[in-house]
Design a protein around this ligand. Sequence first.
Ligand code: CUA
Length: 330
Amino acid sequence: MKNLAARLLLLAMVMATSGCAGVQSALMPSGEEAIEVDLLFWTITGISALITGLVVVLVAVAMYGTPRWRARLDRDWIVWGGGIVFPVVVLTGVFIYGLIVLRSGDVRVREAEAPGITVVGKRWWWEVVYTGPDGEPVTTANELRIPAGRPIAIRLESDNVIHSFWVPRLAGKLDMIPGRSNVLTLQATEPGLSRGQCAEYCGGAHALMAFYVEVLPEEEYDDWLAHEASDARPPESEQEIRGQEVFMRNGCGACHSIRGTEANGVIGPDLTHLGSRHSLAAAALPNSKAAIAAWIFENQHIKPENLMPEYRIFEPEELNAVAAYLESLE
Ligand code: CUA
């Protein structure tokens, strides 16, 4: 029986922790702030587990102990000490530790250079604006790339409702509030991929408002940014040329921009280098030609309430051509 209970407890622990594994796990920190939050979490969890164990032992002694042991618990100081002094000391200590962790974020904000990246919360995706090599803004969407090692200040804004920017592996969350500019500093310890998620309920497709953060080695970052600042690759194959023509003719450019073409809409995500991103539609879909076609044709089924209408007017040939064109935009 005892064996069974132990096994069930182990199983529950494994199930609870496996739910947090991977690119979006606060328990696998890869940023300075997340490492501090992780340590705070394990410290509080450890203290709580120790105290729970102690209470269980004391209850067991009080219920089943010998009369001599039970008499030892029957003292006033146990109530004063264990019921008031001990909790006040422990909770004050944990509280101060929590404040120190909070404050160290402020220090990082001061150390970081002025924000060169702005992320704007949209319904329900993320607009990302970098400062390009020549100082011009470079707009992209639903993916953030930052260099490893140094503190990167990111300006967080919204022009609609409140969102919350959270990349659990890198740092704590910070709200994006209309009319305000909040600054969050990310300092990734090593290159790698993390996933972020909007952490404030913001309406219809809130649950599908996610994104990827790719941390690049410092020396690769500048090359990547220079490429990101460049215009879109012109269509090459016959199908891509046909796709661009269908895209322009059907007014897709009224909402989406593809730099270097006549598409200059600012309502939906910029598509200039769509093909190089990890996901589509704010991490709602993997990035593939089939997924692009599916998104255009039945996006309300994939991400209900998103603000893009479904384009069911396209013939299969047109749909494939548009998808091939957009996929080629690396
Ligand atoms: Cu944006 Cu929730």
